[in-house]
Design a protein around this ligand. Sequence first.
Ligand code: FES
Length: 93
Amino acid sequence: MLKVKFKNTGDTAEVEEGTELKDATKEKGWPIAYGCEDGVCGTCIIKTTAGAENLSPKGDKEKNTLSVMGMDDDEHRLACQCKVKGDCEIEGT
Ligand code: FES
């Protein structure tokens, strides 16, 4: 099992590889807001504080939305667009 830590609370979710980050955060009840759940609205933006390389790569839609928000960098992701590939730590914004 892979570990996803939520920095805001110190809570950790244990998930199978390929689990959608959105599903893990919802199951744990972490306070990350979702809107479109399709990579467009930007509501679910999070910051990766460790293991950013262990989330699935950004697709064009996610890159475009983050770019419009001025946050297309190595840390920020849209939680609704990420699959977990390894241990990581995220922070709600
Ligand atoms: S919920 Fe809209 S971009 Fe993730």
